[in-house]
Design a binder for this molecule. Structure first.
Ligand code: HEC
Length: 116
């Protein structure tokens, strides 16, 4: 009984880790890449409350994932900076926008964490 519960837990942990990695790609494709991506709207101050809520959830998922490359602690730090910035923008904190622009630096993160 105990053993069954443990292996079930392990199976769950393994499957959620795998989907978190794919989640990083999905989040990039959905929220970073398109011309009208939410991250671009945030930069222009055009994101709605719903956009911000969606983006926050995506970054929380991304944070739980493991990037193709680089140190996990450095990854979590970058994701946390994005999460904190989105929360500030949500709270209409004036420094949120500049924090977000710093945290969303594509190249700085890709150089360290993106494979190939
Ligand atoms: C906090 C780190 C981070 C930031 C910031 C970031 N990216 Fe990424 N991005 C990644 C990682 C990690 C991958 C590799 C995902 C993989 O292949 O598993 C990636 C992959 C991508 C991909 C390829 C997705 C695919 O189809 O495989 C695109 C496109 C992309 N990012 C766009 C952007 C753009 C545009 C920005 C800036 C507006 C940006 N990213 C900012 C971490 C980041």
């Amino acid at each position: 009984m105990k053993k069954t519960a443990l292996s079930l837990l392990l199976a769950l942990a393994a499957s959620s880790a795998a989907s978190a990695d794919d989640a990083i790609k999905d989040i990039m494709k959905k929220y970073h890449k398109p011309e009208d991506a939410i991250c671009k709207k945030v930069g222009k101050g055009e994101a709605t409350d719903a956009d911000l809520a969606t983006l926050l959830k995506a970054y929380q998922t991304m944070c739980a994932g493991t990037p193709a490359k680089g140190d996990k602690a450095a990854w979590v730090e970058k994701c946390q900076a994005l999460i904190a910035a989105v929360k500030k923008v949500q709270a209409k904190d004036a420094s949120g926008m500049s924090d977000f622009k710093k945290a969303i630096n594509c190249k700085a993160c890709h150089d360290v964490h993106k494979g190939k």
